[in-house]
Write a protein that binds this ligand. Structure first.
Ligand code: SF4
Length: 516
């Protein structure tokens, strides 16, 4: 690549960095620092996938925690997003009203989904959009392949879309000889590293700049010793831009779909969806059927909530509205079910369809921040993943609802008021009832249930456990049965239980003749 394509400050390391009001620009990736001279810490990889066998999230989390630089960086980056989200929330007195409106609009739309889907199809067709229906991932992939074949197209550029991840779209198209090029920077990093996105909004958030430098050095020939964020972004841009300009088909997802106009909205911070939609002569939008809102005015509620919840920013850099094909171009919309209708019929779990994929529940979750999104071994990680993934495959994702402390923080930050932690608890119940959890875990939960239901038994068990923790050899406490003890220490028992303290200091005082 010619150095002429680099921004001027990249030629000269002493040149002034981009700034606003005299301050270097703040970015989620933080200010760039030179690569350290010592060996960078190796990037921990995600959960091991073994066909349909249950994902061992705890094992992958243990490896993530064992990489302290990555774990600290990941935790701090996501907590920073959570703090920025809180700042935005406190700046809007009507925040709770917006959340209530958003929840009500989504619940109303989902309750009348057939009506609004038909309304959208009617209006979109009238706008000149070709509307397709896909009942599952395979049908979605076949429809897009059919359009590609009809156009004799061999390259497709796409902006980030979790739905296409859900459909295994890139692997399928690559197998058909179609070159798929991701245009979102984080997603492109993940594509070049042959990894799935680890977060719905920031796909490569688990990677340090040194990891990206290594990936780019291997795949696009950048300098492996230069992990300057501006340099890496420029190199990738220069490498991918010619591929974008040359593509015959562009693909986007959609954040919101408006039934009354037959249009849809894509929110990005890089403008890459606009490249995918506007450069090639064919634009295909792959859209989950739950993305609908009835009217244009409802968009205002969601656009105000989305970016604030996701990144703590008042709005995304680009909020692009599409309503029909450009002159001389084609626009297709593929409406995808892929299990959504079935989920809509699940009494305890249907409201998970309200999700607008903002990622706020991930950013606040202590388990997600410390274990990384790839440890979940599923398209959707974090709290929302725990309640969606088992609907795709209850056996494979049977362990995930247990990767939560049930602290409820996810529910508190969710902009569409999904009762996430309650649904996680419900999944535990459902999985136990359908025998999708290991016998040992089930037996231990049954024993715990009996103990917790009988106060005298509970107090005797606590006394026995305290004594065991003090006296048993380490291997008797930390073994395969104690998954809780993987990567952390069981706290030392206190000298006295709360019950005995309470009895001595409160109950006795109230009794006649009790201590003063
Ligand atoms: S469940 Fe709520 S907080 Fe989590 S990604 Fe979806 S909308 Fe955002």
């Amino acid at each position: 690549m010619s150095d002429k394509m680099l921004h001027p400050e990249l030629h000269d390391p002493d040149a002034k960095r981009p700034a606003r009001d005299g301050e270097p620009l703040d970015h989620a990736e933080a200010a760039s620092k030179p690569l350290r001279s010592r060996m960078p810490e190796a990037q921990p990889r995600g959960a091991k996938i073994r066909g349909n066998r249950p994902i061992d999230q705890a094992e992958a989390a243990k490896r993530f925690i064992a990489a302290p630089e990555h774990q600290k960086m990941h935790d701090e980056r996501l907590w920073d997003l959570r703090k920025k989200r809180d700042r935005e929330m406190h700046g809007m007195p009507e925040w709770e009203d917006l959340r209530s409106f958003a929840s009500q609009i989504k619940e109303h739309t989902l309750a009348h989904l057939d009506h609004y889907l038909e309304m959208f199809e009617h209006n979109a067709t009238a706008n000149g959009i070709k509307v397709h229906w896909a009942k599952d991932a395979a049908e979605h992939n076949d429809i897009v392949l059919g359009i590609m074949r009809e156009k004799k197209a061999t390259r497709l550029i796409k902006s980030k879309s979790m739905l296409t991840e859900e459909c295994g779209f890139r692997e399928f198209m690559t197998g058909q000889g179609i070159d798929v090029v991701e245009t979102d920077l984080g997603e492109r990093i993940q594509q070049l590293d042959d990894e799935a996105p680890s977060h719905v909004v920031v796909p490569a958030v688990h990677k340090m700049r040194s990891d990206v430098a290594q990936v780019f050095a291997k795949t696009i020939g950048s300098d492996p010793d230069n992990d300057d964020a501006n340099y890496l972004a420029e190199r990738q841009r220069a490498h991918t831009r010619p591929l974008i300009l040359d593509a015959q088909v562009g693909m986007t997802g959609a954040n919101f779909v408006v039934a009354e106009t037959g249009g849809f909205v894509v929110c990005t911070n890089e403008g890459n969806a606009d490249l995918s939609a506007n450069i090639p002569p064919v634009h295909i939008a792959s859209i989950g059927i739950e993305k609908l809102v009835p009217r244009m005015e409802h968009l205002a509620v969601f656009v105000r909530l989305l970016s604030r919840s996701a990144l703590g920013a008042p709005i995304t850099q680009y909020t692009s509205h599409f309503r029909g094909p450009r002159a001389g171009a084609e626009m297709h919309v593929v409406l995808v079910d892929n299990g959504r209708t079935e989920r809509l019929g699940m009494e305890k779990f249907w409201t998970s369809l309200k999700c607008i994929r903002c990622g706020a529940c991930m950013n606040t979750c202590p388990v997600f921040r410390r274990s990384g999104g790839l440890s979940y071994g599923a398209t959707y990680a974090g709290p929302i993943g725990l309640i969606i993934d088992p609907t795709f495959n209850a056996r494979k994702y049977s362990t995930l609802p247990f990767s939560s402390t049930l602290n409820g923080s996810c529910t508190n930050v969710c902009p569409v008021k999904i009762n996430i932690h309650e649904q996680i608890a419900s999944w535990r119940q459902v999985l136990a009832e359908t025998h999708e959890i290991p016998f040992m875990k089930k037996a231990m939960m049954a024993a715990a249930g009996k103990i917790l239901a009988h106060p005298a038994l509970y107090r005797a068990a606590i006394a026995a456990a305290d004594s065991a923790l003090k006296n048993l050899p380490r291997f008797a406490v930390y073994n395969r049965l104690n998954t809780w003890g993987r990567g952390r220490e069981v706290p030392a028992p206190p000298p006295e239980s709360f019950h005995s303290w309470y009895k001595r200091n409160r109950i006795d005082r109230k009794q006649p003749g009790g201590k003063p």
